[in-house]
Design a protein around this ligand. Structure first.
Ligand SMILES: Cc1cc2nc3c(=O)[nH]c(=O)nc-3n(C[C@H](O)[C@H](O)[C@H](O)COP(=O)(O)O)c2cc1C
Length: 355
């Protein structure tokens, strides 16, 4: 049930419950470095009562940022600043903290959404993006440069470096972002990948880059720490990634030694057939849960906690990654009648007086 521990057999680690804070970009970094905003924002989320705090998508290299104000963990200065942040958070509470590593590919060089959403930068601060192919993301977006084999090798090195930096910064969990239309998804999806070399064509060739990076992560990330990925359960497009293919991909991650996947979907192009409603990704998560031994998380309109509890009991998935409700009110779990009834106590004792 939702307030039970989530235990990871392979690495003998656990989350204290099945509610996780989903990674959410804050567009508040300076030169890739967390700012005061992050200290304030993450301190709240750390004591939200969730069993896991996942920090926003963090670029593996400057040109892999989505916007200028994204976090980045590439340089010595950046890794030291992340170490400082994690140390500060860990002094307050022992909730496990994860980092999500990403490269934006053709979705990079974007305007900050609060200024103008889904818009490429057009000023001198913009940069040339890269992708699996030279197809632009949408009308009005520049064509990215198709990565050469040498370019792909460089990307792998960037991931390797940032995985090492995340370990140095003392994160508990490492998550690779393979969804939402970012670079690894751009290789995985036939909608975007029209290569004819060893990184495109049949599904195994499309899987290749993401799995090579997954193997690098598994090699570096200690066996006693949790390793996961955010994946695409479905592209919501006729010739895109199907759930059957998503299951095959997840099985490969399982073979490599991943502990969990968080099932997301959509995002490879702006307009898909995705319809967002309560637990709209349930069928994708259920299928992956049925066919693999990975722990399976689900995200997207999952904060009906009573229903989530029912689904967890039915073994449809293992945990929920909740996003926007935590932004609206980081402490909304404290007031959840269903959780109270079921003995929710995962709050600082000061906050539980009179609870
Ligand atoms: C402001 C904002 C920023 C987000 N940033 C990320 C991110 O960095 N990485 C990611 O995988 N998903 C990101 N997402 C998606 C969320 O993690 C989550 O999957 C999505 O909001 C659906 O969950 P919800 O219905 O509980 O909000 C973001 C969502 C929001 C609203």
């Amino acid at each position: 049930m939702i307030l039970n521990k989530l235990y990871f057999t392979r690495c003998k680690k656990s989350f204290s419950n099945r509610i996780s804070v989903s990674p959410m970009c804050q567009y508040s970094a300076t030169n890739g470095i967390p700012t005061d905003w992050h200290y304030r924002h993450l301190s709240n989320l750390l004591i939200s009562g969730a069993g896991l705090l996942m920090i926003e998508s963090t670029a593996v290299t400057s040109k892999g940022k989505i916007s200028k104000k994204d976090l980045c963990i590439e340089t010595k200065k950046q890794k030291n600043e992340f170490k400082r942040l994690v140390k500060y958070l860990k002094k307050q509470d022992n909730t496990p903290i994860g980092i999500q590593l990403s490269h934006s590919g053709r979705k990079g060089s974007s305007q900050i959404p609060s200024i103008k959403s889904n818009t490429p930068l057009k000023n001198k601060e913009s940069w040339k993006t890269v992708s699996s192919s030279n197809l632009s993301k949408d009308l009005g977006w520049p064509k990215p440069k198709q990565l050469s084999i040498k370019g792909i090798e460089k990307i792998k090195k960037k991931f390797e470096n940032s995985i090492k930096n995340s370990l140095y910064a003392n994160f508990d969990i490492l998550e690779l972002h393979m969804a939402h239309g970012y670079l690894l998804h751009q290789f995985l999806s036939p909608i975007c990948n029209n290569r004819t070399d060893s990184y495109g064509g049949n599904k195994f060739k499309r899987f290749r880059l993401a799995l090579e990076i997954a193997k690098i992560a598994r090699k570096i990330w200690p066996k006693n720490k949790i390793l996961g990925a955010r994946i695409t359960g479905n592209d919501h497009l006729k010739s895109g990634i199907s759930t059957k293919e998503a299951v095959e991909f997840c099985s490969e991650l399982e073979k490599i030694g991943f502990d969990y996947v968080c099932v997301s979907s959509g995002g490879i192009i702006t307009k898909t057939n995705m319809k967002q409603k309560k637990f709209f990704r349930l069928d994708f998560a259920k299928e992956i849960k049925k066919k693999t031994n990975l722990k399976v998380g689900i995200t997207g309109f999952t904060n009906d906690l009573e229903l989530a509890d029912k689904y967890i009991k039915k073994n449809y998935f293992d945990n929920i990654f909740v996003g926007r409700p935590f932004l609206k009110n980081p402490f909304f779990l404290y007031n959840e009648e269903f959780l109270k009834k079921n003995g929710f106590r995962n709050a600082p004792s000061q906050y539980l007086r009179g609870y």
